[in-house]
Each structure stands twice: as structure tokens, then as C-alpha cells.
Design a protein around this ligand. Sequence first.
Ligand code: DLZ
Length: 150
Amino acid sequence: MSKGISLKKQDGSKLKIGVVKARWNHGIVEDLFIGCTQALLDSGVKQKNIVTLEVPGSFELPFVAKQLLKKKKLDAVICLGVIIKGGTTHDEYLSEAVSGAIMQLGLETGVPVIFGVLTSLTEEQAIARSTGVNNHGYWWGKNAVEMALL
Ligand code: DLZ
């Protein structure tokens, strides 16, 4: 599962990884989550060392990722969400706020926080990026392990 990205083979067996997922566009986020978890397991991360939490929408991802980092000793956190362009500008506000906050959280804490949020123009685009060989969730799982080991 790695179209368009070169993924490293890494040993994540000693890592503890947080995954925070949004409930908006639930089915698509779930596919990203399945890909992400598979990548973590493929990299040797133990199931018991994958800490998962759910939030209402992508806007809440950075807040809960921060709480998780405060309470658990994690090596990386992955934020999963899907923001789809609608008839208003909500997607622009959400995408900008969430991407900025996720970047800031990583820089502040020194713990890698992975931007696992699809910002798609249509639902079809989001589905194409969350399934099969193009499942970005898989890449993000691999990215988390790589960053945690750097
Ligand atoms: C309100 C909203 C809208 C319109 N669209 C999305 C979306 O496409 N993806 C997503 O993850 N969340 C969306 N939300 C919910 C917000 O992220 C947030 O949960 C609420 O505004 C409450 O803060």
C-alpha cells in the first residue's frame, strides 16, 4: 500500500503511538484508521501500545491530541479527519485552523504530531484517498513511526 510515497521499513516495537480520530465523515475516517493501524502493526508497534480516542470533528483534533500528550507518554500522535468542501467556506477555516494547530503542537511539545486530515473537494476524492493502495492512513501510520524514531 504505497502509491506515490516511499515508505521506510522501521522497527516500531518499542513505540507508543496515539491516534485521535474525528467522527465527521465517519466511514471515510474509519478507512483511514484501518490503514493507519495496519501500518503501525506492520511496523511492529504492539496493539496494546496504540492509544485511540475519538472526537466530534476535525476542529477538536489538536485539543485532544494535546491532552493525550500531557497524560500519556507517547512517541507520536496521529490526528485523523476528513474535511470536505461544501457550499460554504467552513472547510477553509477548519483546514487552516487544524493544520496550524497540529504543526504548533508538534513544535511546542517536541513530539511528532502527524497531520492525517484529508482536505478534499468532494466525497469521491476523499474515498479515493482512504481506500486500497492509496489509503493515506497507511502512509500516516508509517510516517508516525519514522518521525518517532528520528
Ligand atoms: C461543522 C463541521 C463541518 C461543517 N464540516 C466538517 C467536516 O467536513 N469535517 C470535520 O471533521 N468536521 C466538520 N465539522 C465539525 C467541526 O470540526 C467541529 O466538530 C464543530 O464545529 C464543533 O467545534
